[in-house]
Structure formats: structure tokens, C-alpha cells
Design a protein around this ligand. Structure first.
Ligand code: FES
Length: 173
């Protein structure tokens, strides 16, 4: 049979027990929440398209398309992936350029510049484009895809993007 003294001791013991558990839970939360945040935050980080440098403006002669290769580092969650990319650059004026995605808008073959014919030609299905990127023959459903560019301090940069293939609209992927 328990007296008042015993039930007081039990309730004190229970109180201490709850208190210790509460402190333990609090400490676990303080340690765990930042760790979880650190692990998953890259997955939710805004993926910004980086500007990539293509060369000095004077590296490009007017109306002479030039293929430029560069490496870019893309964050995929918490992994950083290096990838090589190409763009065609056509200087249209002092600081005016067309920067083309290098893939044909039909099914994505890499096209070339044919200086004698003064045209871009996709070897897969003989799609052709003029120097401004406009379709001049074959099955491509739209002009070559241009990319945003800027000139700062004599340096030409662009934001590389890929687009959906085989459709008349330019749709960013
Ligand atoms: S991929 Fe260029 S014409 Fe078909």
C-alpha cells in the first residue's frame, strides 16, 4: 500500500523523467535540424543559369560564324557536374551578336557552317539556315535557337540553354 510520501516520490520521479526526455529531444532537434537543412538545401536552391565567357569581342570578325567551346559547371543537387558545350557566334555589328545553340532545331544534329555556300547545314536531313539562323531548306520547324548574351569590358558572354526539338515554338528545357 502506497502512502502520500510514496506517490509524491513517484510523481517527482516521473517529472524528472519527462524533463530529461524533453531536454534530450531538444538537444537532438538542435543537432539534427541544421544537418538536415545542410543536406537537402542544395536540392531546393534556385538554379541560376550562369554567364559563360565566350571571348573578347575582337576575337570575332563580322559575319564570320565561329564555333566556341567552353566548359560550364552545373549544380545538380549537391553534386557539381562539369560539361563541355558549344555555341556558334556570329558578330552582326560592333556589339551585336547572334549566339546560336549548336543543335539543329529538327532533331538535334550538330550543324556546320559552309563558308562557300554561306549557310549553316545540318548533315542529318540536309536542313539549312542562313547566317541569321533562318530556315532556308529541309525539315527544321523553326530558326536556329539564339541565346541571351552581353558585352562587358570587351568580353562577350552568354547564358547557355537548350530548347525542345522538332516543334515550331522555341521552348526552353
Ligand atoms: S536534325 Fe537537322 S535536318 Fe534533321
Amino acid at each position: 500500500m502506497k502512502d502520500e510520501h510514496d506517490s509524491g516520490a513517484i510523481s517527482r520521479r516521473s517529472f524528472l523523467d519527462y524533463g530529461i526526455r524533453a531536454i534530450g529531444t531538444f538537444i537532438a532537434a538542435v543537432v539534427t535540424v541544421p544537418v538536415i537543412g545542410y543536406v537537402i538545401s542544395p536540392a531546393f536552391a534556385k538554379k541560376e543559369a550562369p554567364w559563360v565567357q565566350l571571348g573578347m569581342v575582337n576575337d570575332f570578325s563580322p559575319d564570320v560564324p565561329k564555333l566556341v567551346q567552353f566548359s560550364r559547371f552545373r549544380k545538380d543537387g549537391w553534386v557539381e557536374v562539369a560539361e563541355k558545350k558549344l555555341v556558334w557566334v556570329v558578330r552582326r555589328g560592333a556589339d551585336q551578336f547572334d549566339v546560336f545553340n549548336p543543335r539543329c532545331t529538327h532533331l538535334g544534329c550538330f550543324f556546320n557552317w559552309e563558308p562557300d555556300a554561306k549557310r549553316f547545314r545540318s548533315p542529318c536531313h540536309n536542313g539549312t539556315f542562313d547566317i541569321t539562323g533562318k530556315v532556308t531548306g529541309g525539315p527544321p520547324p523553326r530558326s536556329l535557337d539564339t541565346m541571351e548574351y552581353k558585352v562587358e569590358g570587351g568580353q562577350l558572354s552568354c547564358v547557355y540553354k537548350d530548347f525542345r526539338l522538332g516543334v515550331p515554338e522555341k521552348v526552353e528545357l
